[in-house]
Design a protein around this ligand. Structure first.
Ligand SMILES: [Zn+2]
Length: 243
């Protein structure tokens, strides 16, 4: 079989067709929707291990993308990803709430639970903290947000956060409320509670009440001291051992 020699493009990823040891239909220069074929790409630039001919395409937006040829032929991929971004952006703009705090809270919540790049992801993934389908359906993002918004409403005040009432359960309407950052951190797993004369408060709340440094209270509580010793405002206080 005689193949026409194609002048290699300057892109180091593209292999001249004449050097290919497998057959590829030559579509260079052809345009499919937004994508124009540039050339066959060496396998090492293809992150996926799946088989097929991967081509480099230039997109009308100026971006480029490496796609399996069949995905372009079948219309599975018709842009570098810009089409999807446009659609998502338009959808988010239609409900007019994309810049609201509730929207930010909602998208942050999703990233915490499902985006491995989010710094808190590990915490949530390990404990299997999930978001209910009503609030997060990747196929219906717009509706998911509206559901969330209808259930939770706007943030009641600027610093409010979404807080799970039962910390071991996920995000769903019955388990969520807006709260202040302090209430929220009271509810995290590390929260230490101290009960004095029948009144139970978290360490940070006791710090507010007594004016003592929160670390001192937490440290004493972790040592297992009795509540009256923990909350003794004297800095050098040591518990008296009862014989
Ligand atoms: Zn594009």
């Amino acid at each position: 079989m005689i193949r026409q020699y194609k002048v290699p493009t300057s892109d180091p990823r593209v292999i001249p067709l004449c050097l290919l040891h497998w057959r590829s239909k030559d579509v260079s220069g052809e345009k499919y929707s937004r994508l124009t074929a540039v050339g066959v790409v060496h396998k090492k630039y293809v992150s996926s291990k799946t088989r097929g001919n991967f081509w480099l395409f230039k997109c009308t937006c100026g971006g480029e993308v490496i796609v399996r040829l069949t995905d372009v032929f079948t219309g599975k991929q018709s842009s570098c990803g810009c089409r999807r971004r446009e659609v998502t952006r338009d959808r988010m703009q239609t409900h007019g709430k994309s810049q609201t705090d509730a929207y930010k809270t909602w998208s942050c919540m999703i990233r915490r639970c499902y985006d491995p790049r989010h710094p808190d992801y590990k915490n949530y993934a390990e404990r299997d903290i999930l978001i209910c389908d009503h609030w997060y359906n990747p196929l219906q993002l717009e509706q998911s947000f509206l559901n969330f918004y209808n259930d939770m409403g706007d943030r009641p005040f600027k610093s409010s956060q979404i807080d799970r009432i039962d910390n071991d359960k996920g995000y769903f309407p019955e388990n969520c409320r807006w709260s202040t950052p302090k209430q929220n951190s009271n509810n995290t797993r590390r929260t230490v509670f101290v009960t004095l004369n029948g009144v139970t408060r978290s360490v940070s709340e006791w710090a507010d009440i007594t004016g003592m440094p929160i670390q001192r209270i937490r440290c004493r509580a972790n040592l297992g001291w009795a509540a009256e010793d923990v909350l003794n405002t004297n800095e050098g206080h040591r518990p008296i051992r009862k014989q």
